[in-house]
Design a binder for this molecule. Structure first.
Ligand code: ZN
Length: 160
């Protein structure tokens, strides 16, 4: 069957950056599993998967805007150390948590001072156009239960 709304899709991907250098791929682990049409993966990628079937492979180039957004320089900020949540010793390059009005947000630590740290709350892939190479592995119909929950159950999905 081909991919339509409420298909359960499994696919492998290779992701590369603007320079064509591979950032990550799924081939060493299980394929990605998602419920099509529910906005659980990048919408621009979901649109490219529409109508494909098992065994199909294709490449898609996503603009930064269609991927993880443009960088927001106001998301680079100086915040008090006491507002950061982290394990061990706070060092540049590590990911820490910050409690915000919208819940815990992950930030990358740029610089650590005595009382404050400079952090970057942008997604690590923000501001980059991304190249995906996708191989569709499996397509099946979702169960009623999966559709009502908005996610996949069983292999590659939720267990509850
Ligand atoms: Zn569920």
């Amino acid at each position: 069957m081909s991919i339509v709304r409420d298909s359960v899709v499994r696919f492998h991907y290779r992701l590369s950056g603007e320079d064509g250098v591979e950032i990550e791929n799924s081939h060493d682990s299980e394929p990605v599993t998602y419920l099509h049409g529910h906005g659980t993966i990048l919408p621009a990628l979901e649109a490219q998967l529409e109508g494909r079937g098992p065994g199909d492979s294709f490449s898609a180039q996503l603009s930064a805007e269609d991927a993880y957004g443009e960088r927001d320089e106001t998301a680079v900020m100086r915040i008090p150390l006491k507002n950061l949540v982290y394990a061990g010793k706070l060092e540049p390059g590590m990911i820490a948590g910050v409690q915000t009005n919208h819940g815990m947000r992950q930030v990358r630590v740029l610089k650590v001072g005595k009382f404050n740290a400079d952090v970057d709350a942008n997604h690590p892939l923000a501001g980059q156009s991304l190249g995906f190479h996708i191989e569709v592995v499996e397509v099946r119909e979702a169960t009623e239960e999966e559709i009502s929950h908005g996610h996949v159950h069983g292999e590659g999905g939720h267990h509850h």
